[in-house]
Structure formats: structure tokens, C-alpha cells
Design a protein around this ligand. Structure first.
Ligand SMILES: NC(=O)c1ccc[n+]([C@@H]2O[C@H](COP(=O)([O-])OP(=O)(O)OC[C@H]3O[C@@H](n4cnc5c(N)ncnc54)[C@H](O)[C@@H]3O)[C@@H](O)[C@H]2O)c1
Ligand SMILES: O=C(O)C[C@H](O)C(=O)O
Length: 356
């Protein structure tokens, strides 16, 4: 008896699972699965992770595969994406995962993508500042953003690669040069500072961190990380010693991890968690959900600097509203002045890298 077309389809489906995702025959099966999902399931977004095989990239890819708002997940890196993709693609969650390896596949990785998350680049070792990563990571971010400008200029970009205070201005200049810059769609990820601040403040207050909300403004390096403890929710007061302790711990959270890892890199797992929390907020905004508010480092008029991190409202177009800092106490006003001085230099360094 001839196999029915239904049986043929079933065999094709099983075969698609058995072959590695980069296997040529898999291409058409994979596309068919994407199409089936597009017909059969609820709407979802197409997301790309650039640097997907790294310390952040791998857990971030796994967590995004679990996000019900993601229908297609493109994993791009210059190494190891076939293995990471094969592994993650076996998870029985909705998103279809596809692998893209090396510069030649960057454009395919970005085609039709609505949200791009970028954790590509080298991390710190003990004794280094984030700015010490500039020489290597600036070029990586430039190349990736040139790809975005060409292939998915309307995508929302979540930029994680350090130094964020300079890589976001670099990305903006690349997009301006390409004529695709939309300030609302470029977001430097400072969520880890908020996640840390919530955790450390909750410890001091004796609360569950999930009950605590600490706005963290400025940027993402040392004194540019400015927690606004006067605006903590639930409303709380801190002694001068607690304020000093918390501010220093939040500003040095990254260094605390770099030193504990003793040469094996910087925060990866907490960063993947923070990146997914932020990406999920961006997707909810794209989805039309109301009242999605998070801190991010964005093109801003909140201060005289061209970029600044503060609370933003995320919507269908990205950061649709940027909130002012609100009332600051004297301690925070002094912190703001220090933060602005360092931020101005880091921003200028990023801009000059492209304009030189
Ligand atoms: N914004 C934040 O809060 C935050 C937090 C933690 C780490 N970071 C930064 O994130 C970056 C990545 O950290 P990590 O621990 O994952 O590093 P990692 O070295 O473990 O991974 C980086 C990945 O980037 C890939 N990569 C390198 N060049 C690339 C290119 N041209 N295109 C695509 N991929 C490329 C590497 O192959 C590697 O897989 C670092 O710059 C780090 O400082 C930022
Ligand atoms: O500290 C680092 O170098 C990585 C990251 O920016 C962090 O805050 O953990």
C-alpha cells in the first residue's frame, strides 16, 4: 500500500527533527513548521539574538525560547550556533529556532526580525573597566548595527554589549549614517542595575525583592549608575549609612561578579534573566499592552546629555515616552552631577568612533 500524504508529512516532520538545524534538507521543513505555526497558533514576534553562543547568549536564548510572545527565534554568532540551536530547539515550547553562523549569514539572521537583542562582544576580567572593552566591542557593534540598518531597520534593538554608555551612541551614529535612525527603537539595556537594586534594597528592608521597585537612572558603569533610593516603592527611608552602602553596592554589582568569577568573565546568568525581563517588556509593548514601563538608556532630553537612562514607556514603536527623573534629594543631585560628567565623555567617545 502507498503511504498516504498524511503519512509522508509525518515522516517529513520526524526527519526535520532528526537532522541538525543547519542541514540543508531541514531548511524547507523548518520553513514549513514556521508557516504551520503562523497559521495554527497565536501571533508571536520574530526575534534575533546576536552573540547567542556566549555566556549571556546561551541562557538568554533558552529563556527566549520559553517566551510565549516569541514565534521565531534566530540565533546568530561567529561560533557554535548550530550546537546551541540543536540543543534549544528540542524544548517543547512554541518558538521555532534557527541557527546562523558567521558574518555571511548575518543578513539572513536579521531578515524580517522585529526585536534584535545584542549580547555580542568580550566581557571584563578583574582589574578592567567596561571602557577597557571599547576597542574590541565598538567594532563588533558597528558591524552588527550596519546589518540591522540594512535588513531590519524598523526592529527594536536591545543593546547589551559593553560599554553600553558608548555602544548605544555608536549604534545611533551607524543608524543615522544609514538614514534609518529612529531614537525610540534603540534601547541600551540597564535592567541588570534595576534587578540588582531591587535585590539589595529588599535585603536591607527585609522584603521579597518582587515587592520592591527601585528606579536606576544615568548609565551603565560605575558612578553613572544612579539608584534613586528616595523613589523606592514601597516608600521607604534609609539611614545615611544604608544609602552609602546600597549606592556603592548597586554601582559595583558588575565588579562584584567579575571578581568572584576570577577571570572567567562577568555576569551572565543574572544578565540573561534581566535581558529577558527587558525583552519581554519590549514585546509586550509591541503587542499593544498598556502601561509597560522600565528603565533603559535611550536618546533623551531628560538632561542636557543626548543619551540618558530613565524610566520609559514601551509601546508599539519602542520607547514611546521618556519620563523625567522626578524629585531628587541632595545626595542624588550630587550623584547626578558626577554621573553626567563621566557619561558625557563616554557618549562622545562612541560618537567620535563613527564620525572620525
Ligand atoms: N548591559 C549589561 O548590563 C551587561 C551585563 C553583562 C555583560 N554585558 C556585556 O555583554 C557582552 C557579552 O558578555 P558575555 O559574558 O556573554 O561574553 P562571552 O564572551 O561569553 O560571549 C560573547 C559572544 O559574542 C560572540 N561574538 C564575538 N564577536 C561577535 C560578532 N562579531 N558577531 C556576533 N557574535 C560575536 C562570541 O563568539 C561569544 O559567543 C560583554 O560586552 C559584557 O561586558 C553587559
Ligand atoms: O560588569 C560588567 O562588566 C558586566 C556588566 O556590565 C554588569 O553590570 O554585570
Amino acid at each position: 500500500m502507498q503511504p498516504t500524504s498524511e503519512a509522508n508529512q509525518r515522516i517529513a516532520r520526524i526527519s526535520a527533527h532528526l537532522h541538525p538545524p543547519n542541514f540543508q534538507m531541514e531548511e524547507s521543513f523548518s520553513l514549513r513548521r514556521e508557516n504551520c505555526r503562523a497559521k495554527g497558533a497565536g501571533p508571536g514576534f520574530k526575534v534575533a539574538i546576536l552573540g547567542a553562543a556566549g555566556g549571556i547568549g546561551q541562557p538568554l536564548s533558552m529563556l527566549m525560547k520559553m517566551n510565549p510572545l516569541v514565534s521565531v527565534l534566530h540565533l546568530y554568532d561567529v561560533v557554535n550556533t548550530p550546537g546551541v540551536t540543536a540543543d534549544i530547539s528540542h524544548m517543547d515550547t512554541g518558538a521555532v529556532v534557527r541557527s546562523f553562523l558567521g558574518q555571511k549569514q548575518l543578513e539572513d539572521a536579521l531578515s524580517g526580525v522585529e526585536l534584535v537583542i545584542i549580547p555580542a562582544g568580550v566581557p571584563r576580567k578583574p582589574g578592567m573597566t567596561r571602557d577597557d572593552l571599547f576597542n574590541i566591542n565598538a567594532g563588533i557593534v558597528r558591524t552588527l548595527c550596519e546589518g540591522i540598518a540594512k535588513c531590519c531597520p524598523r526592529a527594536i534593538v536591545n543593546l547589551i554589549s559593553n560599554p553600553v554608555n558608548s555602544t548605544v551612541p555608536i549604534a545611533a551614529e551607524v543608524f543615522k549614517k544609514a538614514g534609518t535612525y529612529d531614537p525610540k527603537r534603540l534601547l541600551g539595556v540597564t535592567m541588570l542595575d534595576v534587578v540588582r537594586a531591587n535585590t539589595f534594597v529588599a535585603e536591607v528592608l527585609g522584603l521579597d525583592p518582587r515587592q520592591v521597585d527601585v528606579p536606576v537612572v544615568g548609565g551603565h558603569a560605575g558612578v553613572t549608575i544612579l539608584p534613586l533610593l528616595s523613589q523606592v516603592k514601597p516608600p521607604s527611608t534609609f539611614t545615611p549609612q544604608e544609602t552609602d552602602y546600597l549606592t556603592a553596592r548597586i554601582q559595583n554589582g558588575g565588579t562584584e561578579v567579575v571578581e568572584a568569577k576570577a577571570g572567567a568573565g562577568s555576569a551572565t546568568l543574572s544578565m540573561a534573566y534581566a535581558a529577558v525581563k527587558f525583552a519581554d517588556a519590549c514585546l509586550r509593548g509591541l503587542n499593544g499592552d498598556q502601561g509597560v514601563i522600565e528603565c533603559a538608556f535611550v536618546d533623551s532630553q531628560v538632561t542636557e546629555l543626548p543619551f540618558f537612562a530613565s524610566k520609559v514607556r514601551l509601546g508599539r514603536n519602542g520607547a514611546e515616552e521618556i519620563f523625567p527623573l522626578g524629585p531628587l534629594n541632595e545626595y542624588e543631585r550630587a550623584g547626578l552631577e558626577k554621573a553626567k560628567k563621566e557619561l558625557a565623555e563616554s557618549i562622545q567617545k562612541g560618537v567620535s568612533f563613527i564620525k572620525k
